[in-house]
Ligand binder design. Sequence first.
Ligand code: M6R
Length: 614
Amino acid sequence: MCGIVGYTGTKAAKDILISGLKRLEYRGYDSAGVALERAQEGGTTLDVIRRVGKVAGLESELAGVDAASTCGIGHTRWATHGRPSMVNAHPHVSCDGRIAIVHNGIIENFAELRTELEGRGHRFASETDTEVFAHLIEEAYAQTHDLLAALREACARVVGAYGIAAVCADEPGVIAVARKDSPIIIGRGEHGSYVASDIIAVIDATRDVVVLEDGQFARLTPADIEYTDAQGVPIEPAVTHIDWDIDMAEKGGYPDFMLKEIYEQPRVVRDTLVGRMTAGELDIDELGLSMEELNLIDRVYVIACGTSYHAGLIAKNLIEAWARIPCEVEAASEFRYRNPIITPSTLVVAVSQSGETADTLAAIRDARIKGAKVFGITNVVGSPVARESDGVIYTKANKEIAVASTKSFIGQVVSLTLLALLLAQVKGKLTTGQVRMLFRELGDTAEQIQWVLDTQGEHIRDAAAACVDAHSALFVGRGMGAAIANEGALKLKEISYLHAEAYAAGEMKHGPIALIDPGFPVIAVATKSPVYDKTVSNLKECEARGARIIVVATEGDDDIREIADHVIYIPRVRDAFCAITATVPLQLLAREVALMRGCDVDQPRNLAKSVTVE
Ligand code: M6R
């Protein structure tokens, strides 16, 4: 996740870019940079200034730059391809330095394009996927001498997602813009034209904006903005008036970051899968282990904390079911003090959103000393977990701001599912055809989450109202449902301060059922699965004791209403992927209960986003 801002007009561009980048900084702050046009004798040139770290560093650097430039583009980066560094910071430039671009998104075919461009003599300065755009535009510009036309040609070659803004020293005052699957907004203000990846960056200057659609292009000049489609035909997009205040704008119009991040989950599924199936084969090239090494693995430990640990519980089910490798899931804080059995054929999978959780890091170091191969799953490029592991999969959740993990959990489960598929394929337990089919179905969960978000809000609010005055709640399920129940209980207790516990539904009769008295909330994951009937029997035992029963069930299951006081539906989904879809209503339920109890859902008491102490 990165931020883009651009300005062309009559005021000092550097001030507008810095203030916009500061507003976008919550989206990522590995590095920041600007490209500013500078008029000089003999023509215009571009000054590209970049700094590793936060925007404040770039601001200090720009203090010494004169304020004459009135056109430029800026970027704040959240690293995806290429570690956080000066060379990987945006803007990226063409070989001759006369074209500069900033880009959000992922270019899936960048490796092929890079090879092709290098073959024609282009020199690359960074490890990023983005840089291919600068060279593609440079080639097209040599033919067209029209920045927007060159950008259109470049976009036609690129597979992937982009929000992009480009400037060219040969077209002073012009910013060319395009978008596909990555947000771009454009607006006119009193002093010129503005582009940004988020309204927050330019809300002080303009409130009437065009939200660029996929396949639309724009040419910004100080006096005007022209829009075209992908063929260059002029279009007149609709203008939206924004009446949010700054606080709402930062949250994209959502009342809190938690809700915003829950709604980002369909995108997280899609982005985490981008580039993972190449020519019909699973592609996890950052694995750091050869196929031979993978084939030798005879034991897997997933080590993690909190929500990441729960993603591990889901993975255990998949790795054992598909790859037939014994898999244990351990709290990282326990793992290193337990003297676990580790051999060179043990794979330790360390899962951490932040990539800097102290317990997880300590466990990684310990596992490596004992000879295990360590594989990291993290959301933060270049984080300690990534650096200290033999290989890594990056979840594409982008920066998560709410303390309660939501979208990063979905990214972790999707990544772990990919790993389970890979192990199963390498071990010969699943055929290539089966892996492809499962991969497709995994991708379908994006739409299934969207369906839950679009249709279940009212049912979730009703269910939340039934919990709000409780002293305690039980989350139950069997199989995958039991694993999901753990995450539901954690979400509820951490943001609503309502005590909640998760239990395997079949275990209720061995103790916890004693807790139940009339009105006690029992929240069950009882989707259609091989253990559905067993779960329903366990729920009947709770019903008989007066529990208030809330069920996450499969769409079309009307029978469940006989025992449930509240039903929240998810679409029919293969049991293996149920965690991705069924966790979403539990996140929303926890948030509703927390709000009804007057809690701050983004910053719950006593917690921190990164836990860097043991
Ligand atoms: O950054 P990590 O994934 O390593 O963090 C682990 C836990 O601290 C984290 O999941 C925590 O439990 C969250 N607050 C849960 O919402």
